[in-house]
Design a protein around this ligand. Structure first.
Ligand code: HEM
Length: 164
């Protein structure tokens, strides 16, 4: 998986470098997806020239997309035995729902820009931004966590590389 990841990264880098050179000599326009992304990136860099530059990775972008638009918006569960969680008692058979999308949009967890698209929040990784709490779980959590999550992330990167 790491090897494929490296290859996809090198492929994307190659595409971007080639386009960068072409743009510098005025060969291409920004009328396609890659052009638009690069133009917005250049603008961002210019606007924040004096601040510390943050390099946004494809993983950070996918994490932010999965945070704002989790494909599985909530996880249903049935309590299989009486369970006490803090002050709350969950009796056997109770149906509960873990509202992924609500947790992912919670201002108390993600801050004032919780509803905005800001991949930079993931710059130090998922554990850091969630302060080690289970507040980002697009692939579920625990024993039933998605077994295809690494595959899905890789597939998305390959698809993006192909589109670009
Ligand atoms: C963006 C893509 C995907 C998302 C958001 C996603 C999300 C999830 C979530 C939230 C669960 C947990 C369900 C629960 O706890 O009730 C799950 C479970 C699962 N996912 Fe995914 N998944 C994705 C892609 C994939 C892929 C590509 C595969 C297979 C190649 C896969 C295979 C599975 C399987 C087998 C389970 C059940 C695991 C278990 O119950 O032990 N998923 N997925």
């Amino acid at each position: 998986m790491k090897q494929i990841s490296k290859e996809v990264y090198a492929l994307l880098r190659g595409i971007v470098n080639k386009r960068e050179k072409a743009m510098k000599v005025g060969e291409t326009t920004n009328s396609d997806l890659l052009g638009m992304l690069m133009e917005s990136n250049f603008r961002e860099i210019q606007e924040h020239q004096n601040n510390k530059k943050i390099r946004i990775s494809v993983t950070m972008i996918f994490h932010e997309v999965l945070r704002l638009y989790p494909p599985i918006a909530m996880l249903p569960r049935v309590v299989y035995k009486d369970t006490q969680v803090g002050d709350m008692c969950f009796p056997t058979g109770l149906q509960v729902v873990l509202p992924t999308i609500l947790v992912h949009h919670d201002h108390e967890i993600w801050g004032d820009d919780a509803k905005e698209f800001n991949p930079k929040r993931f710059v130090e990784g998922v554990l850091k931004v969630t302060k080690n709490q289970v507040s980002f779980f697009p692939f579920g959590w625990g024993p039933r966590v998605c077994i295809g999550q690494n595959f899905a992330m890789m597939e998305a990167k390959i698809a993006l590389a192909m589109i670009l």
